[in-house]
Design a binder for this molecule. Structure first.
Ligand code: ATP
Ligand code: MG
Length: 261
């Protein structure tokens, strides 16, 4: 049975998509069976996995609204297979932006993804969901099916402020919709140890959230930023880079965490 994780933070541009695709690739490298679900109409995780979002025949939109099965809508990326870190992809594109409105009138609208994923949980070890930068109905669908949330954050002054809103949302979902949901951990990303403020915020995070802060730290690394333009996660694009190595270490840390769950 797959463990399902949302990669969420309502702040934009904090590294959610980079975390999702590189963790997926890192886990695949370690021999785990992975499904990556792109729940963001921007479709960045789809493109960053080597799938052209404009050419998707079926996407997560069809799964949420047209009752197409996850199996039917999943695609594989040849680029990822060539790099020996293949994972299945349930892609997204602009069409998904309409889903938010179209779902409002539906019953059990926050549980549609959960219902759909039920049919494939036995086929994977990990299902990773890349959430949009909002606490919207789409994000809620992700949170309703997840065992846990991975929160990527930059160690900056305002990082802790946004975290309070996310923690509250997760508490509400836990109380009302999904008893399993918990924050698995805070992942420090785009970290630059030369910046004193980042070190200070990192220490604050550890003091306040203790073992909820992952041991692995993802450094700021230009290869991770370049990789999406080649339609690959950094882990596949340049495996020897510092960023790729950090994500493989994070994948290992996740495998160990899951064994304790
Ligand atoms: P959005 O909220 O728009 O969905 P996001 O939270 O998914 O954004 P990303 O798209 O992953 O964030 O990252 C934002 C930008 O930062 C991208 O250009 C990405 O390539 C870059 N980036 C992410 N992580 C790193 C890193 N560790 N080192 C260097 N650049 C990074
Ligand atoms: Mg994103």
């Amino acid at each position: 049975m797959a463990k399902i994780f949302c990669i969420a933070n309502q702040k934009g541009g904090v590294g959610k998509t980079t975390t999702t695709v590189n963790l997926a690739a890192g886990l695949a490298k370690l021999g785990q069976r992975v499904l990556m679900v792109d729940l963001d109409p921007q479709g960045n995780a789809t493109m960053g996995s080597g799938i052209d979002k404009r050419k998707l025949e079926l996407s997560v939109y069809d799964v949420l609204l047209e009752s197409v099965s996850v199996k039917e809508a999943c695609v594989q990326s040849a680029k990822l297979a060539d790099a020996h870190c293949a994972y299945a992809i349930l892609g997204a594109n602009r069409e998904l932006a309409g889903a938010e409105i179209e779902m409002v009138s539906l019953e059990r609208r926050e549980k549609r993804l959960k219902t759909a994923l039920n049919s494939v949980v036995a086929d994977y070890d990990f299902i990773l969901i890349d959430c949009p930068p909002s606490l919207s109905l789409l994000t809620l669908n992700g949170l309703c099916c997840a065992n846990g949330v991975i929160v990527p954050m930059q160690c900056e002054y305002f990082a802790l402020e946004g975290l309070a809103d996310l923690v509250n949302t997760i508490k509400q979902v836990h109380a009302n919709l999904n008893k399993e949901l918990a924050i698995i951990g805070l992942l420090r990303v785009m970290f630059d140890p030369r910046i004193t403020l980042q070190q200070q915020v990192s220490e604050q995070l550890k003091a306040r959230f203790d073992d909820k802060v992952f041991n692995t730290v993802i450094p700021r690394n230009v290869r991770l930023a370049e990789a999406p333009s080649y339609g690959l996660p950094g882990v596949a694009f340049d495996p020897s880079s510092k960023g790729a190595q950090a994500f493989v270490a994070f994948a290992q840390e996740m495998v160990e965490r899951v064994q304790k769950m």
